[in-house]
Design a binder for this molecule. Structure first.
Ligand SMILES: [Zn+2]
Length: 247
């Protein structure tokens, strides 16, 4: 069967001496693996379609298992995402989050649209830390783990201060969190942002300017939610965390 999709590359694996297998998040066929013949050859016309983070049109034949690329067109190479270490680290984590954080059969147009918006925002120079945090929030929500950040997850109390529990998937008031010293305190600013990020669609996000301290706090909080709810050990995290230590 012949497929014609718009797709974004979230993973590439070398195959033999000359080929690559790419994992695509597509607009109309979910998540698919496609063999790109000759992609490792420098002069291959398909090499650019097999680069990480590339957005393109892919025409492939698939019966069972892997598809095989027939031809394709580049829509956005997103080359900046591979050119800057900090952006690459964030884009790699976003790609892995999409690849492993969402069940294969659940991937649909919404996932494709959010990923596309996230990568194009990064390519336009928007803040990668903010985009990554919003993307993590979207993945949580799309996977059915929407965090409770409006009120205490135990008793419904609306009055702060609150602490975050990644495992409980939300915030706890001071009454309910008194017994647990491992919970993370949340500043008022971070709480507002958690609530805002929950409602944000990446297709509508402009430039959000936040101080480094606030960015650090919010990304740590959302990271705890991702870890507590998804329970995945992400390979790209080391790359990100090591970078964080350098700056
Ligand atoms: Zn409570």
């Amino acid at each position: 069967m012949l497929y014609r999709v718009e797709g974004i590359v979230v993973r590439t694996v070398d195959y033999g001496e000359n080929h690559k297998i790419v994992t695509l998040i597509t607009n109309n066929s979910g998540k698919v693996g496609v063999l790109v013949r000759g992609a490792r050859k420098v002069r291959s016309k398909h090499a650019s379609l097999a680069q990480p983070f590339t957005y393109g049109e892919y025409n492939f034949i698939k019966n069972t298992g892997l598809g095989t690329l027939q031809h394709g067109e580049l829509i956005a190479s997103n080359h900046l995402l591979r050119a800057d270490l900090d952006i690459t680290a964030h884009a790699s984590y976003v790609a892995e989050l999409m690849d492993r954080g969402i069940q294969d059969e659940e991937v649909g147009l919404l996932h494709f649209e959010q990923l596309k918006a996230c990568f194009s925002g990064m390519a336009e120079g928007k803040d990668v830390v903010v985009l990554t945090s919003i993307f993590e929030m979207r993945v949580l929500i799309m996977s059915g783990y929407s965090p409770i950040v409006e009120e205490c997850i135990h008793c419904g109390n609306h009055v702060g201060p609150f602490k975050l529990s990644g495992y409980a998937g939300g915030i706890l008031c001071s009454r309910c969190s008194a017994q647990d010293a491992s919970l993370t305190p949340i500043s008022d600013t971070a709480l507002k942002l958690l609530r805002l990020f929950k409602r944000l669609d990446l297709r509508q996000v402009g430039n959000i300017n936040l101080s480094n301290d606030v960015k650090k706090e919010i990304s740590l909080l959302i990271r705890q939610l991702v870890d507590g709810q998804l329970g995945i050990k992400f390979k790209t995290r080391n790359f990100l965390d090591n970078l964080g230590n350098l700056v």
